[in-house]
Design a protein around this ligand. Structure first.
Ligand SMILES: C[S@@+](CC[C@H](N)C(=O)[O-])C[C@H]1O[C@@H](n2cnc3c(N)ncnc32)[C@H](O)[C@@H]1O
Length: 354
């Protein structure tokens, strides 16, 4: 008998594509809208082959994604629904699509990386985002995946970031605006600029219109390695530093330090490895996808704190959210409030010179 963890790992190759297909063919939408349903009825309504669908539903039941009643009715448990119902803000369909359509296709490259090292395999000067943004469809799919990963957690992160006194947020690599929108909702007097590659502009404009943010949300096109950042008193990096090696992270953090007023701060919002590096599972798994899709890796809070310090932010706090993405706040000068927290779990300002 295989240990269940080994069995689930082994058959993960089945689980993720089936999850993706069920999402793409609106099976979860049907279950969310109609409640417990028979496979034949779902197949008829969605125009799908009933034998294939029933096999997929049985697999999803065994993986405990959906439930099957003795009557043969399938249903979406309340714990799964927010993540699989496209009408919910926590929906992760775009991220599932990214894993299947983008990450899975790159997995064979790990074999070459193992044998020769990434630097020998990747073409010199290869730019991760040139590939991810190879056409409009791929760009939209990537930005949808980012939205799905970042929008729901951003509400909590914006609160943890303590933006009450911030006037102008600059979201570096802010994509189609998941964090900027959450921050603007949290702080009614705030303005935000998303600074990202020019290809991202139409998607940020869609967000601005959808959320009716007018001139509170603006876009500045540019390359964060070669262009100056727009001016602001809070410079945010959400899932940015995990795309790049330490030297590039330092370059970005130093640029933020130069651009920030004395009372300003940077936010580093990212997944964090436990100090033991035994997990969390999503961080360990995404650390491999970072290797395949970017030039970065995931880090511990202590590693980010050290980068912040080296870039000129001697005071920092780590605020842990209830999810996968956490926030480190780096201050240029002593904020004098290391004993107040904005919520969440905080590891406070661990600096040698404190
Ligand atoms: C992993 S996504 C993170 C998106 C968003 N901040 C979030 O937390 O979901 C990385 C972002 O960095 C942007 N980016 C990558 N290279 C860039 C560059 N050289 N200059 C400006 N933006 C860049 C990408 O377009 C993308 O929006």
């Amino acid at each position: 008998m295989l240990p269940s963890t080994l069995e689930k790992t082994l058959f993960g190759v089945i689980a993720t594509p089936v999850l993706h297909l069920a999402d793409r063919h609106h099976v979860f939408t049907h279950l969310a809208a109609n409640g417990p349903s028979l496979a034949d009825d779902i197949a008829t309504e969605l125009g799908l082959d009933d034998d294939t669908l029933e096999r997929m539903l049985l697999a999803l039941t065994a993986f405990e994604i959906i439930q099957r009643a003795p009557t043969g009715h399938y249903s979406l448990p309340a714990t799964m629904r927010p993540f699989l119902d496209p009408d919910d803000e926590q929906y992760i369909g775009g991220f599932i699509n990214h894993l299947v359509e983008e990450t899975a296709g790159r997995m064979p490259r790990l074999d070459s990386y193992l044998r020769h090292g990434k630097d020998s395999v990747d073409s010199p000067g290869s730019q991760p985002f040139a590939s991810l943004y190879r056409n409009d469809e791929a760009t939209r799919a990537f930005l949808n995946a980012m939205w799905d990963l970042s929008f729901a957690p951003s509400k909590e992160l914006a609160a943890l970031a303590g933006l009450a006194d911030t006037v102008h947020l600059v979201d570096v690599g802010g994509a189609s605006g998941p964090f900027a929108v959450a921050a603007l909702h949290t702080s009614p007097a705030l303005r935000a600029t998303v600074f990202d590659l020019p290809q991202v502009q139409p998607y940020l404009e869609e967000t601005r219109t959808a959320y009716d943010l007018g001139d509170r949300l603006t876009f500045k096109p540019g390359d964060f390695f070669t262009d100056d950042f727009p001016e602001g008193d809070c410079i945010a990096f959400g899932y940015i530093l995990s795309d790049w090696p330490d030297q590039d992270c330092l370059q970005l953090l130093r640029k933020a330090h130069r651009g920030c007023p004395e009372h300003g701060r940077v936010l580093v919002m990212d997944r964090l490895f436990d100090n033991s590096r035994q997990g969390p599972l999503a961080t360990s798994a995404m650390n491999l996808t970072m290797h395949l899709e970017t030039q970065g890796r995931h880090r511990t809070a202590d590693e980010f704190t050290a980068l912040l310090r080296e870039a000129g932010f001697p005071h920092s706090e780590t605020h842990r959210s209830s999810g996968d993405k956490h926030v480190l706040i780096g201050y240029k000068s002593d904020p004098g409030r290391m004993c107040t927290t904005n919520g969440g779990t905080a590891d406070h300002g661990v600096t040698p010179d404190d």
